[in-house]
Design a protein around this ligand. Structure first.
Ligand code: HEC
Length: 273
């Protein structure tokens, strides 16, 4: 296949998958009378891109709140500075040199082997490191969370029906009134977005839970929306490039169609038909 055919194929497949998941989403639903709020996300639509400021605030929410329980195992720190990523900077095309990326990496402790003694040590992260695991294994993760297993968040927006709306609503729906027929045992909380209405994650967000450097007021809704924007990026980091390639393909095909039309006219000009 040529590159353009491949792109066209990818765009086609993505559209089908998107259509299928929208249908599945419309059919699914939580408990009680809760109505999912459908937000207008910056990354939806043919020209959609990520809202970089929101995704940057979202990284802060992830780091300061969610990262005590949830890993981002499919990401390395340097991905934060790739083209289309929240911290991409024209001046640092190589994300390993990006000062934000370096600082974020250094803010984590990463397990390594001391090359002289062979001992296992902890050292500050570097851009090439993957986001470290939060717990040594699933059993430890469950033990620390009342039996619940905090899933990896790097692909969660792609993994749940409803995608970004699902994650946003999950984070903001905790204060909905619990219907009487939902029984909660110790360590479970009511959340109408979950099937069955029960979740073992305590409400992670509180107003002003983080302090944003850009002056944005950190309400629960704001933080939920920002962290969702960040997680939408982590689940689909190539979205902007793909949309740009899709548009170029459409343009290319339209020009080709016009040229073919004129050459058809010309070829058959003197023939009775
Ligand atoms: C104190 C630990 C803890 C913190 C902090 C935390 N979570 Fe969770 N989270 C959990 C646990 C445990 C589960 C599994 C819940 C279950 O299956 O009942 C979970 C589940 C989830 C799920 C999946 C729900 C589903 O559909 O299965 C998402 C999405 C999620 N958390 C997002 C977040 C986000 C975003 C943050 C930060 C704003 C966050 N969590 C902070 C412990 C935590």
């Amino acid at each position: 296949m040529t590159l353009n055919m491949k792109t066209a194929f990818m765009v086609g497949v993505t559209t089908l998958v998107a259509a299928a998941s929208t249908l599945a989403y419309a059919a699914g639903g939580g408990t009680g009378d809760y109505k999912m709020e459908h937000k207008h996300w910056h990354f939806n639509g043919a020209f959609g891109t990520y809202d970089k400021a929101a995704a940057q605030r979202g990284y802060q929410v992830y780091r300061e709140v969610c990262s005590s329980c949830h890993q981002l195992k499919h990401l390395s720190f340097r991905h934060l500075g790739d083209k289309g990523a929240p911290f991409y900077d024209e001046d640092y095309k190589n994300p390993n040199d990006n000062p934000y990326v370096k600082n974020f990496a250094a803010d984590w402790q990463v397990e390594d082997i001391d090359s002289e003694t062979g001992d296992v040590i902890d050292r500050p992260g570097v851009p090439a490191d993957a986001f470290p695991a939060i717990y040594p294994n699933d059993a430890a993760a469950r033990a620390g969370n009342g039996g619940g297993l905090p899933p990896d968040l790097s692909l969660i927006v792609a993994a749940r029906n409803g995608g970004a709306d699902y994650v946003y609503n999950l984070l903001t729906a905790y204060n909905t009134k619990k219907p009487d027929d939902v029984e909660l045992t110790a360590g479970l909380y009511y959340n109408p977005v979950m099937d069955g209405g029960k979740i073992s994650m305590a409400p992670p967000l509180n107003d002003e839970g983080v302090e944003y450097a850009d002056g944005t007021i950190a309400t629960v809704e704001q933080m939920a929306s920002d962290v969702t924007e960040f997680l939408a990026w982590s689940a689909d980091p190539k979205l902007e490039q793909r949309k740009a390639a899709g548009l170029m393909t459409m343009l290319y095909l339209s020009i080709l169609a016009i040229l073919l039309w004129f050459s058809y006219k010309r070829v058959w000009k003197d023939v009775e038909h």
